[in-house]
Structures are given as structure tokens and as C-alpha cells.
Design a protein. Sequence first.
Length: 294
Amino acid sequence: MPIFDQLTQYLFSGFATGAIYALIGLGFAIIYNATGIINFAQGEFVMLGGMFTLSLLGVAGLPLAMAIPGAILLTTVVGVVFERLAIRPLKSATPLSLVIITIGGSILIRGIAMLGWDKNTHALPGFSGDVPIVVFGASLLPQHLWIFAVTFVVIGGSKLFFNYTISGKAMRACSYNSRAASLIGIDVRRMVLFSFIISSAMGSLAGIIIAPLTMTAYDVGIMLGLKGFCAAIIGGMSSGFGTVLGGLLLGILESLGAGLISSGYKDAIAFVILLLILFIRPQGLFKKAETERV
């Protein structure tokens, strides 16, 4: 394959992977901005989306068009239960305690998933078949187009939600100053619950649309969650386009590194980028440095 076609192939693959990282990163950012919590159980919501869809297709016998919203609903219920049982009872927990709790919740969800399903790897059927589409010399599966389309719709929808709805504006107010938001009548605890609902739904959707390409299993959420976290860090933990650009940048660099250097370094590239960002620009590449007046 000519070098131009190879680069095009790597770029398209990187965009598709980066779109998934962006969706997962947005889930991290939404919860962080509403609560100050870094939810390391976000990757398990991604896993649950794929596994619930698999069960609804195979066990319940539902068509794909019904299994997908059903899986998103079930994963959202898990997110609500997690917030109610693990996050809401805490009054004045330290950030370290909250991180440990979310990690513990991640391990618990993963263990239950392993017992409830199995340790095998499963594949979901492609939404529009598996016949490749050739674009500029690169081969794309129809599922890649679904990933691009769904990511675009979700990002656009979240932008409209946070900018033009009462609940979205209330969540943004909580992210700026939760105490001031509560003083003007905003129910902060309800906004925290909303943030878990939105993030778990986003995570499950990411897990569903990527499963036909990468397959799914009880433990896929570990690496996907960490890479989504990297995307959020690159974007400055912004629930806007910063995290989207961070996910796309991470996906492209990962794809180019795997193709031009070695696929064995694919996972290491994300963490090298994370360390460089934390050392050089801790606030993220796409977030302005903040100043505090004293």
C-alpha cells in the first residue's frame, strides 16, 4: 500500500478511535465539573453498554434497534444506583477517598459482570453490515461511519443541553460554584444525579458502537476508561470541545504510533502523552490557565 494510503488509513482509524475516547472523556468531565469527583468507574459503564446489548440480543431475543436503548437504560440504572449508594451518602469525604471509592466501585461492577456473564470475548453485529467502504484509498467499515455520526450527534446534543436548557445551565452553575448554586435555589444533589445519568448513558453508548469493531468482554472497560480519562486530561477536564479535541488527538497519535512504529506500543502511547501533559501543561492543552485573586 502506498505511504499516502497508509497515512489516510491510520488517520481514519485514529478519528474513529478518538471519537470513542472523546465520548468516554466527556463522561469523566461531566461528573468532575458537577461534583469534583474523578469517576474511575466510567469505563465499566462502557463495558456494561456492550454486554447488556449482547444479552438483550441473545437471551431476550430483541432486535438491535430495541436492544441498544434497552442497554443504555439498564446501564443508566446502574449509574443511578452507584451514585445513590456510593457517592450520595458521603458528606465531607476527601478527594482521595472519593477516588478510592470509585475505583472500588469499578472493581465491584467488573466482578459482578464476570460472574453474571463470563470471561469470554464477544462481538456485536455491525449496525450496517461488514462490507468495507473505500475512501481516498483507505478502507472503512460502515461501523466507522456510525461512530462518527453518533459522536457528532451526542456532542452537538450535549452542547445544546448545557447551553440552552434549565437543567444544563443549573449543572454548569454547580460546576462553577456549587455553594453559590445551592444558595440561589439549585438542588445540587439532583444535579449530581443528573451528571451520573448523562455520563453513564454516554459511556454505555460508546461501548455499544465500538463493540462491533473491538468486541466486548467483562474487562474491556479498564483500558477504555483510562484512555477516556487521558482524553479528558488533555482537554483540561472540559465538558465541551476541549475533551473532544483531546480524544481525537489521542486517537490519531495512537493510530499513527501503532502503524508507523509498532502495535505493541499502542496502549503505552496514551500514558506517555498523559505524563507529558501533566508535566508540561497540567491544566490541559485546550484550557486556559486560571488565576485566583486574593
